[in-house]
Design a protein around this ligand. Structure first.
Ligand SMILES: Nc1nc2c(ncn2[C@@H]2O[C@H](COP(=O)(O)OP(=O)(O)OP(=O)(O)O)[C@@H](O)[C@H]2O)c(=O)[nH]1
Ligand SMILES: [Mg+2]
Length: 285
């Protein structure tokens, strides 16, 4: 097997796996799946603990260093909450995060306010946007996390910039929320309504409810988008294979050209020799 063969069959394996993943997407549960998605350490798991009322014992483990490596879900009364590993341009973990996003009906894209969206975040958001098709605008929600870690001015500037980036790169401006899970946690534990209010977590919860997610419509659209994407990939792989075939035929032709030339001159000299021999024999008779 040549190197080219192995590349083509590896590509094909990936495409076949994607096809079977799409077919396996039929989900039994009809509760909307709300997934958090974003860079590592953005505060995704912390936010989910607050949204699922895990105030004392964490259901979704949090940490200052990379923590979530696998998908983890909690089934609440109305929703299923799904935690995903942080995106970090590490192929294996990012694939798990992509698989998680593929299962979601709503994605809370969590961005911590250290600046505007990074290129990698925008690239992931663009991919996500495509997979949601018509539902992207409503079902992708931006969460600027750790809002207590910066001044309100600074955070609002960052939010403004993030929304401009979305407008430019995704072609829509998503709903966005400035959330402080830490304030919410403190507010709940110390019974301080002011802190709970300032955390804006309730607003995010209400927003999710007002989305009125039509689980069937979102999933059908996402499967349709995934199938379209896969068909395009298969067409591209077919074209690449065809190019390889033409190149091989070309190589074969040129590699055999000198051999064919040699055979032709051998044939010619044999004919000459035979004629010489026959002439000599005739002369001798
Ligand atoms: N100040 C502040 N810190 C927060 C807040 N939310 C989360 N953190 C802290 O940020 C760190 C990362 O939080 P996680 O929830 O584990 O982040 P994650 O996005 O799940 O991280 P990975 O799973 O590794 O991708 C933890 O130390 C949290 O305590 C917040 O609202 N305010
Ligand atoms: Mg986490």
């Amino acid at each position: 097997m040549t190197a080219k063969d192995s590349i083509a069959s590896a590509d094909l394996d990936v495409l076949l796996k994607q096809a079977s993943d799409i077919l396996a997407r039929k989900q039994v549960k009809n509760k909307p799946v709300i997934a958090v998605w974003g860079m590592m350490n953005a505060g995704k798991s912390y936010l989910l603990n607050m949204l699922t009322q895990h105030y004392n014992a964490e259901f979704f483990p949090t940490n200052d260093v990379r923590e979530t490596a696998k998908l983890r879900q909690f089934e609440g009364e109305s929703y299923i909450f799904l935690d995903t590993p942080g995106l970090d341009a590490n192929d294996a973990d990012d694939q798990v995060a992509m698989d998680g996003a593929a299962k979601a009906d709503v994605v809370l894209f969590v961005h911590q306010p250290q600046g505007e969206l990074e290129k990698i975040e925008l690239d992931f958001l663009k991919q996500l946007n495509e997979t949601f098709g018509d539902h992207a605008e409503k079902n992708i929600v931006v969460v600027i996390s750790k809002a207590d870690a910066e001044s309100l001015d600074k955070i609002e500037q960052i939010e403004q910039k993030v929304l401009e980036q979305c407008h430019l790169h995704l072609d829509f401006v998503p709903a966005s929320f400035l959330i402080s899970g830490a304030r919410f946690h403190k507010g709940i534990q110390q019974h301080k309504d002011g802190l709970v209010k300032a955390s804006h977590l309730q607003e995010l919860k209400q927003h999710i409810e007002t989305l009125g997610i039509d689980v069937r419509a979102v999933r059908e659209e996402r499967i349709r988008q995934a199938q379209n994407g896969l068909l395009l990939d298969i067409a591209a792989a077919e074209e690449a294979l065809n190019d390889e075939k033409l190149q091989l035929e070309d190589d074969l032709y040129w590699n055999f050209a000198s051999f064919n030339d040699a055979m032709l001159s051998l044939d010619l000299s044999m004919t000459l020799k035979r004629t010489e021999y026959l002439n000599e024999r005739l002369r001798g008779e």
